[in-house]
Write a new protein. Structure first.
Lengths: 335, 368
């Protein structure tokens, strides 16, 4: 009799715990990084900032996994889904395919991906994915304006990583910003073919500075660290990307094109946690505070240049001006 | 040799790698304590993440499979006295070739298409290894330098192809088109879209290990390869063509790495995904072959160990928040300990340890 009582009590206790657990338990949010991983001082680290904010503000239980190879994407995403994470993020467009597969295998888990979007049919078929894309061209436009108002030689440079459509958006916005401000400026362009080669970035940027450029904007991940080094050595200006990179060379980073991956992860997760979530694309432009420039004390551009860029930001926000997404060949091509 | 003596030899051969693993895990635990993570929780996560469920077991097999192939690749070349650091590049061209044939051969019956796709990857790897092999054989150019260069050529060639000629135009990301179902390896739980990625590639890997063992120890070619590895001058004097053995062993090594790539495409990814850097299967294969002491059948065991550590390192990070670098430390210490064989042999002379690992000090014999 006593044993039965104990048993009943135990069952009741367990049942009570599970019931209260399912209504009140904090959300579990996990991130899978692509092969870049943490410590890149820009893109991935910014996503992690968003994750930490979820922990702090929503009390979320968080975790992350860094992939070693592209074949890790699927098992890592699937593992977090199996571990009972409510929201699982893939950071970077390379994971698009893996997210799609895993999202169909785990219909009760919600997935988000940064820098990728899906078709309406795919959203309708899956129902549990959020694509987050940024208008990098808008943010790049602003730093293009700053570059044009800073250069004394009327020559600036752009250094890209690998030549993908995503990276060309940076080039497009930058060129538009420069030429909208001064169509006579000469723009040097170079794609290094890598995101992880600071030495190459340094060589390319040094060559640009030698050719007379005095401001170089990079969208090249860790390769761009070499661009900033070159600027510091030669006493020229570099423009950072994704995060505020002023700390890498406080006197030679003119400004940085900010891409708020953290806001994407934070706001995206809140959306994904809604019970009536509908799969769609979240677009992060200037209007959504998704991209922008640095306006705090680490900025080295003149206040008048910042003011001018802010004027443009308003025009872009209101839709009065639309920044091109594909690189213009020459100033005259711009609307 | 009596059966008893044979079993003692096997046990004592196992003693060094086993001890190395134990010491590696202890060092790993130390590294975790120093970085503020709980090693017991971490290793529990490793075990649960690798063996905790059918899904975990399935994924562990996926990590082990390519390491068997690349381990065999390094082991074969090693038997001929060559260091095939080019496994990485051979694997990449194997992936690319299979990704191309897997798409181009659509319409063929599976019984032709699947073997053809796998063979194309194997052939591509063999050809990739042929270059450093023939240069070594004919001109004495060191295979290490050459095969490293071949790795970079493979990496950038694959990047060119997957961002241009073989890119899937319907997807923004740099992927090749998905291969036809007739070129896909069987997944044992569920169909081609199953989340259980355990597939027949593992069986092919085990068969490959048996085949390599057979070639090395039961055929004339294998004998010649081993003779060249032991002493090229003596082999030449005995009438063995050193150039032929060197070239063929490199091609066999390349074929194994190429097959690793083919199995990744046909069993796991179904397409070629652009690589931003080397995946590391080829380099990890060096460690696998080293721990296996170059024996093709022992490669099965050591590949399992490294596969478990690979999968386990991801799961330790996901479940127990262990930095991935710590898992790297464990692997490095294991390899280091195996390489420092003399050190462990010394420890194994300590009575307690020698008893625990069944090691008979001072009675080492190399029967090979």
């Amino acid at each position: 009799m006593k044993r039965v009582l104990v048993l009943i009590l135990a069952v009741a206790l367990v049942a009570g715990l599970t019931v209260s657990g399912s209504t009140q338990r904090p959300p579990k949010v996990g991130i899978v990084f692509d092969i870049g991983g943490l410590g890149d001082q820009s893109f991935n680290d910014s996503a992690y900032v968003g994750l930490k904010r979820l922990e702090k503000e929503l009390g979320a239980q968080i975790t992350y996994m860094e992939s070693k190879t592209p074949s890790d994407y699927e098992p890592n995403l699937a593992s977090l889904a199996r571990e009972g994470y409510d929201v699982v993020w893939g950071i970077g467009f390379l994971m698009a395919d893996a997210i799609k597969k895993v999202a169909s295998q785990f219909p009760n888990t919600r997935f988000g991906i940064i820098d990728s979007e899906f078709t309406d049919e795919e959203y309708a078929a899956l129902g549990n994915i959020l694509g987050v894309v940024y208008k990098e061209h808008e943010g790049s436009f602003l730093v293009g304006v700053l570059a044009a108002l800073t250069t004394k030689t009327d020559k600036v440079g752009f250094v890209g990583g690998m030549q993908f459509a995503v990276i060309e958006k940076f080039e497009a916005g930058f060129k538009a910003g420069v030429w909208k401000t001064n169509p006579n400026i000469d723009i040097l362009t170079n794609y290094t073919g890598s995101f992880d080669d600071p030495a190459k970035g340094k060589t390319v940027a040094t060559s640009m500075f030698r050719q007379g450029a005095d401001v170089v904007f990079h969208a090249a991940g860790a390769t761009g660290i070499g661009v900033i080094e070159a600027a510091a050595e030669l006493g020229k200006w570099a423009i950072g990307v994704d995060s505020n990179q002023a700390h890498l060379a406080p006197k030679n980073v003119l400004n940085s094109m900010i891409k708020r991956v953290d806001i994407g992860v934070f706001e995206g997760t809140k959306m994904l946690l809604e019970p009536d979530f509908k799969a769609h694309t979240m677009v992060m432009g200037i209007a959504e505070d998704g991209v922008g420039m640095v306006t705090d004390l680490s900025n080295n551009a003149s206040l008048s240049a910042i003011a001018k860029a802010q004027e443009w930001a308003e025009k872009i926000k209101s839709g009065e001006y639309v920044v091109p997404e594909t690189p213009p060949a020459k100033a005259a091509d711009l609307q | 040799m009596s059966r008893k003596a044979g079993s003692i030899r096997v046990r004592s051969e196992l003693a060094v790698p086993l001890m190395a693993v134990v010491v590696g895990l202890l060092f790993g635990a130390l590294a975790m304590i120093l970085t503020g993570t709980n090693p017991i929780r971490a290793y529990a996560a490793l075990i649960r993440g690798c063996f905790g469920s059918r899904a975990d077991l399935s994924e562990t097999s996926v990590y082990v499979t390519p390491l068997i192939f690349t381990g065999l690749s390094i082991a074969v070349a090693y038997k001929a006295g060559l260091f095939n650091i080019g496994a990485e590049g051979q694997l990449i061209v194997g992936m690319v070739a299979s990704a191309i044939v897997g798409v181009a051969g659509a319409g063929l019956p599976r019984i032709i298409h699947l073997p053809l796709t796998l063979a194309s990857g194997m052939l591509a790897g063999a050809l990739w290894a042929f270059v450093p092999g023939i240069l070594k054989a004919k001109f004495g150019v060191h295979e290490v330098v050459n095969s490293i260069m071949m790795n970079y050529i493979a990496l950038y060639l694959s990047h060119y192809l997957v961002t241009g000629p073989i890119k899937d135009p319907n997807i923004a990301a740099p992927y090749s088109r998905e291969i036809a179902n007739t070129a896909k390896l069987t997944r044992f739980f569920g169909g081609f879209g199953s989340s259980y990625r355990f597939n027949s590639g593992l069986l092919i890997a085990i068969a490959a290990a048996l085949l390599v063992y057979y070639i090395l120890y039961r055929t004339t070619l294998g004998y010649e390869i081993r003779a060249v590895g032991h002493n090229p001058d003596a082999a030449r004097y005995a009438g063995i063509s050193v150039a032929r053995s060197v070239t063929l062993s490199m091609m066999l090594a390349g074929g194994m790495s190429g097959l690793a790539g083919a199995v990744q495409v046909c069993g796991i990814q179904y397409k070629f995904l652009d690589l931003f850097a080397f995946e590391g299967f080829g380099f990890d294969g060096i460690a696998v072959a080293l721990v296996a002491k170059g024996h093709p059948l022992a490669v099965l065991g050591s590949a399992s160990l490294f596969g478990i550590l690979q999968r386990g390192s991801q799961m330790m990070q996901g479940i127990a928040h262990v930095p991935k670098q710590v898992a790297g430390i464990v692997q490095a210490v294991v390899v280091f300990m195996v390489a420092a064989e003399g050190l462990i042999e010394g420890w194994l002379r300590i009575p307690v340890l020698s008893k625990a690992f069944g090691h008979r000090a001072g009675k080492e014999e190399d029967v090979r």
